[in-house]
Ligand binder design. Structure first.
Ligand code: LMR
Length: 407
């Protein structure tokens, strides 16, 4: 009976959001969830998304019918090109199968479910995730009964990448493990390998016959250049790896609640592409059908409208630069403010780190003190969503200092 259901803890991130909403202090600051905010701390509907929305509303043929199980073909096709590059050898050789998913989370889940059923070993492979990683990774893979382990990633000393640790960790993982990699703009640290380091990672992955699982939730946020942000994925594909990718459109289109995303499975060039892709797609279709039947239409239609139109696409790139540019200017503003205040420690990592987040190095006690004393909200691991800062509230950190909070 339901008497035996134990109480589970609240989701830390959504719990934080609820606590922020409840706080009645007028100068409270939300640096929690990774969702873009404009300079007035408000959600930003991308102008290109507004345009696409108007175009869709004028379409007399639009209806609310079911999408196919694999999703909207004119969404999944440009999503492949965006991720892999229009000239990708995998696309040319028809080695890719793509399913529209419930955003990035749904893509990670569908991939996890597929691998837990069909991965090449008889025993369940272990999924290696970076330490730290997006908290939900652990939960998603655990739910599909895949064991989880971690590889080192972040150096507390340098507040940058622990590359030697990462490489050694991947090397030490049992032959044929699944290695979860953040394609760009690592969450929560804001620290990515360089291209040269990615090449070394690929060598080790090849030696150990590991399977790369890329999570790409922030394409366009790391460098401001969509192709550059997909470099690691494209490099691994060019190296002939069989791999999969979870692609989210939540952040780069600001379509958070619409749940637009894609799962891509790229089969190895060594296989007979036509039959392998067909078999993989047939199993994904069964999994998708039993879980969600077919994906939601609206967000995918918006993204498709933009992705398939060169003028709108160019406008989207401009909107992306607006977001990434504002985040970069907030990084400099925060760093100079902390340095101006002679806050103990070094703050160079704030501007070295990239993407939506900064891993500040603040301890849990400091994070909680900031919340209590200064009404500044961030996750307990000291991650801040840079988009939560703006030209108005960045001075609040000075206020925190005067109140003898830790920064
Ligand atoms: C985050 O890490 O803040 C975002 O990816 C939102 C989420 O779903 O956790």
């Amino acid at each position: 009976s339901s008497d035996v259901v134990p109480q589970a803890p609240e989701d830390p991130l959504f719990g934080l959001m609820a606590a922020y909403r409840k706080d009645t202090f007028d100068k409270k600051v939300d640096l929690g969830i990774g969702a873009y905010r404009d300079d007035n701390a408000k959600p930003w509907i991308l102008p290109v998304v507004k345009k696409a929305d108007e175009i869709l509303r004028q379409d007399p043929d639009l209806n609310h019918e079911y999408l196919p199980i694999a999703g909207l073909p004119n969404f999944t096709a440009p999503s492949q090109r965006l991720m892999l590059g229009a000239d990708s050898p995998a696309l040319r050789e028809n080695r890719v199968t793509s399913f529209q998913t419930i955003s990035g989370t749904g893509a990670v889940h569908l991939g996890g479910l597929f691998l837990s059923k069909f991965f090449r070993t008889s025993s369940k492979p272990t999924v290696y995730v970076s330490n730290p990683t997006w908290a939900n990774h652990n939960q998603i893979f655990t739910n599909v009964h895949l064991p989880i382990a971690t590889y080192p990633y972040f150096s507390k000393q340098t507040k940058g990448l622990d590359f030697d640790g990462m490489l050694a960790g991947i090397k030490a993982a049992p032959q044929g493990s699944i290695i979860l990699l953040h394609a760009c703009a690592h969450n929560p640290t804001g620290v990515d390998p360089t291209q040269d380091q990615w090449k070394q990672i690929a060598v080790v992955m090849r030696e150990k016959s590991h399977f790369p699982f890329f999570d790409c939730a922030y394409q366009g946020f790391a460098s401001g250049d969509l192709a550059k942000d997909a470099w690691a994925v494209r490099y691994f594909v060019a190296q002939g790896f069989e791999l999969c990718i979870a692609q989210s459109f939540a952040k780069n289109f600001g379509l958070y609640g619409e749940r637009a995303g894609c799962f891509h499975f790229v089969t190895s060039p060594a296989n007979d592409a036509a039959t392998t892709v067909g078999r993989v797609a047939s199993q994904l279709a069964i999994l998708q059908r039993s879980e969600i039947s077919n994906p939601p239409a609206y967000g995918a239609r918006i993204a498709a409208t933009v992705l398939n139109d060169p003028a709108l696409f160019a406008e989207w790139e401009e909107n992306l630069r607006t977001m990434s540019g504002r985040i970069i200017s907030m990084r400099s503003a925060l760093r100079s403010r902390l340095e101006e205040l002679k806050t103990p420690g070094t703050w160079k990592h704030i501007t070295n780190q990239i993407g939506m987040f900064s891993f500040t190095g603040l301890s849990e006690a400091q994070v909680l003190k900031l919340r209590q004393d200064a009404h500044i909200y961030m996750t307990k691991n000291g991650r801040i969503s840079m988009a939560g800062l703006n030209t108005k509230n960045r001075m609040r950190l000075g206020l925190a200092k005067r109140r003898k909070a830790p920064v």
